[in-house]
Design a protein around this ligand. Structure first.
Ligand code: HEC
Length: 213
């Protein structure tokens, strides 16, 4: 296992030590580990990573809203299926990172299942939402030594269910029949229904080598 520094934060400039930022946020952010790796996380690296995650959310949201407005929600299922991975892939290539979305429950099991650290991030977000933190502020990251002096940044930004999302991720009985049929046809093992507004839906996750900036 590699050494990791875990940090969670509200949107605020990153200069405080782990201990200080944990104290400000009012919770223990990390197991007690050496603070060496955190010193290597430049604010610029965090900001550019945050920008990648935000871009995925923005591009996808626009495309989704546009398609629902012009062609309806059944057609928009195709947007999620084709366009979401395409946007994630193009951002990944452009930034030399791995960018994707994961869910607390997933529709596409080949794309959206969280790995170990991503599960930790989701659990952290859930706990912080329950404590009343604002959805838009929820992010999580850690710096991990990957050997040979290399480090990797693992970053997650919470995706919280909005009204728009309930169209396709709400209670099955509230989803119009033709739309539900389309979802079931495309995703026979779908688990990503039953969400309500304000609930944690998943996260945008970005993994990138820190020396790539
Ligand atoms: C038009 C229907 C539709 C709407 C509206 C919609 N989604 Fe989805 N969502 C899907 C489909 C289809 C997938 C599976 C995409 C794939 O194959 O990768 C999906 C996948 C996801 C995933 C990836 C994890 C998984 O379950 O596979 C997340 C996270 C997600 N949606 C969040 C949202 C959020 C947040 C909103 C609202 C802003 C939203 N969705 C609105 C249909 C929709």
């Amino acid at each position: 296992m590699s050494m990791a520094i875990v940090r969670t934060a509200l949107m605020r400039p990153i200069r405080a030590s782990v201990a200080l930022s944990a104290a400000i946020a009012g919770f223990a952010a990390a197991p007690a580990v050496a603070d060496t790796a955190a010193a290597d996380l430049q604010p610029a690296a965090l900001e550019s990573t945050r920008a990648i995650a935000n871009e995925l959310v923005t591009q996808l949201g626009q495309k989704l809203k546009g398609t629902i407005a012009s062609d309806g929600p059944v057609a928009a299922v195709g947007v999620c299926k084709e366009v979401a991975p395409a946007i994630a892939k193009s951002l990944s290539i452009r930034h030399g990172a791995q960018v994707s979305r994961v869910g607390t429950r997933v529709r596409n099991a080949s794309m959206g299942v969280p790995n170990g650290w991503q599960k930790d991030a989701l659990a952290d977000f859930d706990a912080r939402l329950a404590k009343g933190e604002k959805p838009a502020d929820l992010e999580y990251w850690k710096v991990v030594d990957t050997g040979n002096g290399n480090q990797e940044l693992r970053y997650a930004k919470a995706i919280v269910t909005q009204q728009l999302c309930v169209t396709c991720h709400g209670k099955p009985e509230d989803i119009p029949a033709p739309l539900m049929e389309k979802i079931r046809a495309e995703y026979p093992h779908d688990q990503a229904t039953g969400y309500s507004v304000g609930q944690l839906r998943g996260a945008v996750v970005v993994t990138r080598p820190l020396n790539a900036d």
